[in-house]
Design a binder for this molecule. Structure first.
Ligand SMILES: N[C@@H](CCC(=O)N[C@@H](CS)C(=O)NCC(=O)O)C(=O)O
Length: 295
């Protein structure tokens, strides 16, 4: 293999602000807020601060599924956090998520607000709060949580590894692209083998494991994530294709993937959601430029 970069790390790493890459303007080696700004608070019990990336879509699909089942307590305001403009570094956002990444949820239904960050934790919190999409015990719960944590551990290799080096890095590095393409194909094969013997990811029922995995691996299977469908030959994963279609056809999934979405066909975008009727009456004040995951 020939490598196209040579780099000898210095003794001490320093921050090279000119390093480039699609998200260079928001990536930095320090945490904490960059500016003072409170987050808005709407009328509903749940306040979501997010963006329609795969990690954000997990939560809006979950909330729409809960509403579809009739849980009025799952009514939510979804506020748009434009990560390319640094909204995740406001003092208000950092109070909800010290890690400065969407999605972040504030549950204001009780006497004291409860903050929840990390999409997997938010899914579990909502599943337990409403008693849905997570088996209550035994082997079924273990299987479901195993797949949820599989997703949380695997997607950074897909997004931060493969997606970054294939689509966002300022130069195409053969070693990095090959390493992560191999891992992502292995992950697709893991899912494909599982879905050969199981209707849904965690078993015969649709659960939060499907809700967590679909926005990443369903989009990859459709060839819309990083436009890598042909490169990874995603059509070969037949069981993943079958499951992607089945999950994508659910009405709550169709609604959830529109919320906080600022890219793609304008008719698929609902920048903020404050009422169920917003899906019918949506008017986009101003369409934003395409924006992806800054992970
Ligand atoms: N493990 C986190 C990852 C969240 C994440 O990476 N969010 C990205 C968008 S998909 C983000 O907010 N990036 C902004 C930044 O890195 O500054 C989760 O699942 O919630």
């Amino acid at each position: 293999m020939t490598d196209n970069v040579e780099f000898t790390p210095p003794k001490v790493w320093t921050w090279d602000k000119e390093s480039g890459g699609r998200f260079a303007n928001i990536n930095r080696p320090i945490a904490g807020p960059t500016h003072d700004k409170e987050l808005p608070i709407g009328k509903h019990p749940l306040q979501l601060y997010s963006l329609g990336t795969p990690n954000g879509v997990k939560v809006t699909v979950m909330l729409e599924e809960l509403l579809e089942l009739g849980h009025a307590g799952a009514e939510y305001d979804a506020w748009l956090i434009r990560i390319s403009e640094g909204d995740q570094f406001s003092s208000g956002f950092v109070e909800v998520n010290p890690n400065s990444k969407i999605p972040a949820l504030m549950d204001r239904s009780g006497p004291e607000p409860v903050r929840v960050f990390e999409s997997g934790a938010i899914l579990m919190y909502l599943a337990e709060k409403f008693g849905e999409f997570l088996p209550t015990g035994g082997a079924d719960r273990a299987e479901c949580l195993s797949w949820l944590f599989w997703q949380m551990g695997s997607a950074p290799f897909l997004g931060g590894g493969f997606g970054h080096f294939y689509a966002y890095a300022p130069i195409k590095i053969e070693y990095a692209i090959n390493r992560y393409a191999m891992e992502v194909k292995r992950q697709l094969d893991v899912l494909d083998r599982r879905l050969a013997s199981s209707e849904y990811i965690a078993g015969p029922d649709y659960t939060l494991a499907d809700i967590a995995i679909w926005p990443w691996y369903g989009a990859l299977a459709k060839g819309v994530l990083y436009e890598a469908g042909e490169f990874l030959q995603v059509q070969d994963y037949k069981n993943v294709q079958r499951w992607t279609e089945a999950v994508g056809a659910r009405p709550a999934v169709k609604r959830g993937r529109m919320v906080n979405r600022v890219m793609g066909d304008p008719s698929t975008q609902l920048h903020e959601r404050h009422d169920a009727s917003d899906f019918e009456t949506r008017t986009q004040d101003k369409l934003a430029p395409a924006e992806g995951s800054g992970a």
